[in-house]
Write a protein that binds this ligand. Structure first.
Ligand code: ATP
Length: 271
């Protein structure tokens, strides 16, 4: 692998694992609509490390999307600050990548051109772009589909292309907003395995929002529970079932500990 590509692919490893990537201090958010106010978030304090895979669970309306939009820089908090690697973060920034529920690829660009797009924006040279695109296409298992247009791919393949596009620019962290919720159950499980393997290989800091307790238990290294009125974090703990890559989902799902944790999480969400 050429030296330049090596440095781009491995840039995240320049930061020691375990070092905070992002810190949220005293974040609150109040939506004001005419005379009505909604306190969507209150007193959010959070620190995510370089190799965290955090799943955020909580009932509808507890502020998960608001929190993600603030971290993405799409929304300004009413109070509080966010820092990325110690620097104030207050607007969309290539250091924080986002994968949405719908892959929103550029429909007129081939899959490889979609992945290359962010690299062009970063002014990465042509040869290096080519190698990075090939690397990330392979990482998400789309190496045979580079020349196709998005409409020629299945929903799961499009979402993998969107993940590759975000990974290719090597952000410090990636926010994923229910990225598999529009997929059928079988594709969803395949995608969960894919994402877990990608995280295991890249050790990228991931913040993943989901409504699905099983999904959180199968994927997360750390689980955060939120509650509404106002939206706040009520629990934040390491997933005791953190899976080894070779462990089958079906095996983990059938374990008594899995069912116990599932009941615990459902109780926490609905308490
Ligand atoms: N643009 C907005 N203007 C006013 N209120 C909003 C806006 N967006 C969200 N809210 C309110 O803020 C609170 C949190 O909403 P948010 O969408 O962040 O929750 P959520 O946990 O992501 O919900 P869901 O799981 O249903 O997607 C809710 O009471 C919601 O009605």
């Amino acid at each position: 692998m050429p030296g330049n590509e090596q440095s781009l692919l491995q840039r995240t490893t320049d930061f020691p694992a375990g070092q905070p990537v992002i810190q949220l201090a005293g974040i609150s958010l109040r939506y004001s609509q005419s005379a009505a106010h909604i306190q969507a978030l209150a007193d959010i304090n959070l620190e995510l490390s370089g190799d965290d895979f955090v799943c955020v669970l909580g009932p509808s309306g507890c502020g998960k999307s608001s929190l993600l939009n603030i971290i993405a820089g799409f929304l300004q908090p009413t109070t509080g600050t966010i820092t990325v690697d110690g620097n104030i973060h207050s607007k969309p920034d290539p250091q924080v990548g986002v994968v949405f529920q719908h892959p929103n690829l550029f429909p007129w660009l081939s899959i490889e051109k979609n992945i290359e797009f962010g690299l062009k924006m970063k002014q990465v040279g042509k040869e290096q772009r080519k190698e990075l695109v090939a690397h990330y296409l392979q990482l998400v298992g789309l190496d045979g589909f580079a020349k196709l247009l998005p409409f020629q791919l299945s929903g799961g393949m499009k979402q993998r292309a969107a993940i590759a596009r975000t990974l290719a620019t090597d952000p410090r962290m990636i926010l994923l907003d229910e990225p598999f919720s529009a997929l059928d159950a079988f594709t969803r499980e395949t995608m969960q395995k894919n994402l877990y393997d990608i995280w295991h290989k890249t050790r990228k800091c991931l913040l993943f929002i989901t409504h699905d307790v099983d999904e959180a238990l199968l994927l997360a290294k750390r689980i955060i529970i939120m509650q509404p009125n106002p939206g706040r974090i009520v629990n934040d703990f390491p997933n005791p079932l953190l899976r080894r890559p070779e462990q089958a989902f079906s095996r983990l799902r059938s374990a008594k500990e899995f069912n116990d944790m599932r009941q615990f999480l459902i109780g926490q969400i609905h308490s």
